[in-house]
Design a protein around this ligand. Structure first.
Ligand code: ADP
Length: 626
């Protein structure tokens, strides 16, 4: 099954890398932020617990003040019978008590809310004579409980923490012992530079009572309900404070009531992000809230994100580099393998070719050897053939010549014997006739020997300049002297300029003589022999055509007429054409025969081609004999 391979294009790869980069950056930002927030949450929670315990401890510590007052008999006596002396004594007692106790004021209130004695009896803002019946701590205490309250002093206009206990005598509540404590020192301690976090303490209505940031004090976190506003007013908790809302925004609510807030701190232009974690201070329904700026968390998350982005980019680049490197190595390996394969193939091919060449070479060598042997054998055979041919020719010739010569010689013998007898008998006419026959026979012998001369021609005379026309005319002079020459009619065609060929001159004349004699023989003794000679020059060759009006060459004889001793004549020797061909060959020319006329029966035509003398060559015609 064909597996479809998806190849990522370059733009896809870039998009993927960017998307993964964004994802990794965001993920690491979120993870680190989450972890940092968790850490901060835990830290702030424990800090809140700590502050809560501290504040709780501090407040509890002050409870001994009203407790001590409630147990004083002098105080009880004052409450039962108010007299100026007693009041002065109790005032002094209270004043003394407050020394070193760290409290703002301690005082004694009758069940109707009127202050009978107070530690600040001397001061202009003395509580003595004031009525605090509207204060909740008084009401709680007069009803037998412990009064706890934070508010702004009606007389002093200073904020503080109020604690009140009932004063009982004989099972009856005769008054209330109260203490007002300033928590300014606590706030001051939160504002130390060593304290990294911000703190505020809110009451059940969400009003900030204490804060490390003084500007936040007496501001509400949420709009006050109508009931709350009313009770605050009745209790005159914050006197005439308008209790504005703290400008802030809750960004996110976390577990355990923790929140992420956007808050504008005084002297800071931009609102910053904070985490707020609260702890409850039980008996007072207070919330101790510890706040820490998220700048560090965000910075850590940002750093982590940048680090992760850089790391991821480096990783991507590393992977990309590794992939490219691997691809390059693979490509190089492939190329090397391909090269090696090609090399191996080439080597194998070269080996095969070399082997084939070696084989062919060996075969050739064997063939050459064989050829050489065959050639040697052939040469040997040729030499033997030539030798035996020569011997055979000599034998044949000798037999021919012997036969040719013997006949006339025997006749001459007979005729001369007869002549002698006839002369002796005085029959001179008959003797003369015999002598004439003898003369003819001697001519015949002369003809035979003249034919044989052709064989003995010197080869160095074979190519001498000779005028064709001159050689022919001299031959004709000789022919005209012979018997029967009167029936020869010539038809000549000569070019304007004399044609000089390279040939043996006597030989050329013998060739013409043979051709003329053969033509006359072919026509027959009773007929007129028409002989035509046409000479022309073609390039550096002279073309000589000699034709007759005889019967032509029989096809069966055409191949043989140039062979020695081939003859169709009764008296023939069969040497004329053979000798003629030898002379022309020795001159470097050719001789051939064909029957002329359209039907091939117009008589024989011999064509001789001979090389012409080069123009400007030396003329050697003076040597020609007549
Ligand atoms: P010979 O004349 O003694 O026969 P040649 O060699 O001259 O010897 O001629 C060989 C033969 O060629 C002749 O016997 C003849 O048959 C043939 N031949 C030569 N010339 C002619 C010709 N002009 N016409 C016909 N036949 C020819």
């Amino acid at each position: 099954m064909a597996v479809k391979k998806w190849k990522l294009s370059q733009s896809h790869t870039v998009l993927l890398a960017l998307a993964s980069l964004v994802a990794v950056t965001m993920l690491s930002y979120m993870l680190v932020e989450r972890r940092q927030l968790d850490d901060l949450h835990r830290t702030l929670a424990s800090r809140a617990e700590l502050y809560s315990a501290t504040i709780g401890g501090v407040l509890a510590k002050y409870e001994f003040l009203p407790l001590a007052i409630a147990q004083s008999d002098e105080v009880a006596a004052l409450l039962e019978t108010r007299s100026p002396d007693r009041a002065a004594r109790v005032n002094a007692y209270l004043e003394e008590m407050i020394q070193g106790a760290g409290a703002f004021a301690v005082y004694v209130i009758n069940p109707q809310g009127e202050v009978y004695a107070s530690s600040n009896w001397k001061e202009p803002t003395s509580y003595v004579g004031q009525n605090y019946g509207f204060r909740p701590y008084f009401r709680q205490a007069v009803n037998g409980g412990i009064g706890r309250f934070y508010g702004i002093g009606v007389s002093t206009r200073e904020a503080g923490y109020f604690i009140a206990l009932p004063i009982r005598r004989h099972g009856r509540i005769i008054g209330v012992a109260a203490a007002k404590v300033s928590l300014d020192w606590l706030e001051q301690s939160w504002r130390m530079p060593s304290v990294a976090e911000q703190i505020w303490v809110t009451d059940a209505n969400g009003v900030i009572l204490l804060s490390s940031i003084s500007a936040f004090k007496f501001k509400t976190l949420a709009p006050l309900s109508e009931g709350a506003r009313k009770s605050i007013h009745e209790q005159r908790q914050f006197l005439h404070e308008t209790l504005p809302q703290l400008p802030h925004r809750v960004e996110q609510r976390l577990t355990d009531g923790a929140k992420l807030l956007s808050l504008n701190l005084p002297r800071e232009g931009e609102p910053s992000g904070y985490m707020a974690v609260s702890s409850r201070l039980k008996p007072l329904e207070w919330q101790i809230t510890v706040l820490a700026e998220l700048g560090q968390v965000r910075a850590a998350a940002r750093n982590a994100a940048v680090g992760a982005a850089l790391g991821w980019t480096a990783l991507c680049l590393g992977i990309l580099y590794a992939l490219q490197r691997r691809r390059r190595i693979a490509e190089r390996l492939n190329a090397q393998q391909a090269l090696k394969r090609a090399n191996d193939e080439l080597e194998a091919k070269v080996e095969r070719r070399t082997a084939a060449l070696l084989d062919a070479n060996l075969r050739l060598q064997a063939e050459v050897g064989e050829r050489e042997r065959a050639e040697q054998t052939l040469r040997q055979a040729q030499a033997e053939l030539v030798q035996s041919g020569k011997l055979a020719a000599i034998g044949q010739m000798a037999a021919g010549i012997t036969h040719e010569l013997n006949q006339p010689l025997a006749a001459i013998q007979t005729f001369s014997d007869n002549a002698q007898v006839l002369i002796t008998r005085g029959r001179a006419d008959e003797a003369l006739e015999n002598l004439s026959i003898i003369s003819d026979l001697v001519k015949r012998l002369g003809y035979i020997t003249s034919q044989l001369k052709g064989f003995a021609r010197r080869s160095d005379d074979a190519q001498k300049p000779v005028s064709v026309r001159k050689a022919f005319e001299q031959t004709m002079l000789q022919v005209r002297t012979t018997r029967g020459a009167d029936r020869l009619v010539l038809d000549e065609d000569w070019p304007q300029q004399d044609i000089v060929v390279l040939c043996n001159e006597t030989g050329l004349r013998q060739v013409f003589s043979n051709l003329i004699t053969n033509a006359m023989d072919a026509v027959g003794a009773a007929e007129i022999a028409h002989l035509s000679i046409r000479v022309a020059q073609s390039g550096d060759q002279a073309v000589i055509r000699v034709a007759d009006n005889g019967p032509g060459i029989a096809p069966a004889s055409a191949q043989k007429i140039f062979e020695p001793f081939f003859t169709t004549k009764e008296q023939g020797l069969g040497l004329g054409l053979s000798i003629s061909a030898g002379i022309i060959r020795a001159a470097g020319g050719t001789i051939e025969v064909q029957n002329h006329g359209s039907d091939g029966h117009g008589g024989a035509e011999f064509t001789i081609r001979l090389r012409c003398r080069q123009p400007g060559g030396k003329t050697d015609l003076g040597e020609q004999d007549a």
